[in-house]
Design a protein around this ligand. Sequence first.
Ligand code: BJ8
Length: 418
Amino acid sequence: MWTDLGLDLDAHDALLDVLGSAYKDIYLAQKNRPEGMAYFDFVMSEVHGLRIKEIMDEKASGRKIIGSYCVFVPEEIALAANATLVGLCSGADFAMEEVEQLLPRNTCALIKSAFGFKLGKVCPYLESADMIVGENTCDGKKKAYESLGHLVDNLYVMDLPQMKTENGKVLLKGEYLRFKDAVETLTGVTITAESLKSAIGVVNAKRAALHRLCSLRKADPTPISGLDGLLANQVFFYDNPARFTASVHKICDELEIRIQEKKGAFPEKTPRILVSGCPQAVPNWKLPMIVETSGAVIVGEESCVGERGARNLTADTGSTVDEMMDALVDRYFQVDCAIFTPNDQRLLNIQEMAAAYKADGVIHYGLQFCQPYLMESIPVEKALEEKGIPCLRIETDYGMEDMGQLKTRVEAFVEQLR
Ligand code: BJ8
């Protein structure tokens, strides 16, 4: 299967070795994990195994696979045209020497990672995709897709507005209609009101399951660790939607019992942290690992791999394709990515999340060279100061060189919250 996908077998084996031991050291070493995490452990163990086999079987039966790097790419449109949408790997450094021949060194780790997985030929999701969607969000991604277009022959670039104005909404609707046409051409399937309604239902159910899980993390003691909470948010982008939804509800049933029994991942009154900022894609577990080995617990993620990406549901009241396309535009237009200007709603959402999750402090996670989030971390800190909530702004990458320094800063911050 790997050879058919054109993967570099040695490099892929090496990647799986590193991933496997990182998962063991970081995830399986945790204490007091809910039993339902076995599902996520299994998904992760098979993320480059059975899940790819399923995807290849889908392809063999004529279903198309669409890869995406951003939560602005509507899964509903892919599903309505009988295609599968998967998130593409961008959470680890790979083939950096080759990457830096194509991208400036001072490009954020997430973009470099996307290139590294392509150049290193180690991502089966990317290689199995019939269409790869890039989106014009930050300048880094926008320009990087020009180069990515020379590495793959199936890149589709989606333009996105930068302002939340009526014109912005018109642009987004136009781009979603253009994407719908492209997906229909790819699949040969015409999206109908019925198929779109059903797809909206599937994705709403998946997001609603995550909402239930997130909401249970408001308890003290929180019934699940931040590492495990993040993992659920990460798996959201990979697994079959119906299976994901059912499995998340199953673990929620267990978490509700744990809450009644006051059984937590960490003891009651452990300092509670909300993480806000850049997305943490698989297998980027660096910050939660540091926080949760420094005497605190992460209770929420204000991130696209987290609440920012999953917060809103799509209204399912429309009865025509056009009405439902409008509903999708309304839903996605609320995503408060830092590429928007102004972006005051994000500040309000962070304040609200900090209150709802009873966070003692917020850590703003910024990737080095990410202008949108690093710039916005300053108003975020001010907005939190107004509410009397301490904020630690960190700037890092996917390397492990700064682990010691970050740990010292996080420990001092946690001490301040006690
Ligand atoms: S909607 S957050 S998933 S764009 S970290 S590449 S912003 S320089 S990832 Fe994102 Fe969509 Fe926005 Fe969400 Fe650029 Fe920053 Fe790198 Fe980033």
